[in-house]
Design a protein around this ligand. Structure first.
Ligand code: FMN
Length: 183
């Protein structure tokens, strides 16, 4: 089982990226191979000038093609997901998330914007033909500490991440496997 994590924050250290580190550890404990990707893996010019043939983009597409699932994390910027993440998602092929289970995560300063994942990010993930986009998890800034070292989540957030990962795990196992019937 292979899963990609994609960190959409332009900043480092990053709270939303810390959520992915926590997920990575939990999934690896279940024997999942996790391949972490980050917006910093890309040259800013390649993203801004929409270079569809950049080496990093080619590598991400290859990794995605072999993965069953994706966990994507973003900070909330101006009531939406980060523009940096959008510049990357814009360069993926139309069916990049076909047959994949996707779990979206976000961190933000205000719970007033906790629905941004639903109204802003999920439509883009669906446009990339994700097979199943799960309920996202929104984290308030105060719920994530020590995100520059060993991130710590408060008890409520930790519980919600655990539940989301369990749902993700189950969805990965029941996911439609396009060539399975041929056996
Ligand atoms: C440019 C900018 C815009 C932001 N806009 C919002 C916003 O509209 N709503 C919100 O809840 N938080 C907003 N925030 C706060 C961030 O979403 C929050 O601190 C987040 O956890 C940062 O994640 P990161 O550390 O992964 O970058 C904004 C932060 C920045 C820097």
């Amino acid at each position: 089982m292979r899963v990609i994590t994609l960190a959409g924050s332009p900043r480092f250290p990053s709270r939303s990226t810390a959520l992915l580190s926590v997920c990575q550890r939990a999934l690896e404990a279940r024997g999942v191979e996790v391949i972490p990707w980050n917006i910093h893996n890309f040259q800013p010019e390649d993203l801004l000038y929409a270079r569809f043939d950049s080496p990093a983009l080619t590598a991400l597409k290859a990794d995605l093609a072999l993965a069953e699932g994706l966990i994507v994390a973003t900070p909330i910027y101006k009531a939406s997901f980060s523009g940096a993440l959008k510049t990357l998602l814009d360069l993926l092929p139309e069916r990049a998330l076909e047959h994949k289970v996707v779990l979206p995560l976000a961190s933000g300063g205000s719970v007033a914007h906790m629905l941004a994942v639903d109204y802003a990010l999920k439509p883009v993930l669906n446009a990339l033909k994700a097979q199943e986009v799960l309920h996202g998890v929104f984290a308030s800034d105060t719920q994530i500490t020590h995100y520059d070292r060993q991130p710590e989540l408060d008890a409520l957030l930790s519980e919600r991440i655990d539940e989301a990962l369990e749902t993700f795990w189950q969805a990965l196992h029941r996911r439609h496997q396009p060539y399975a019937q041929a056996v």
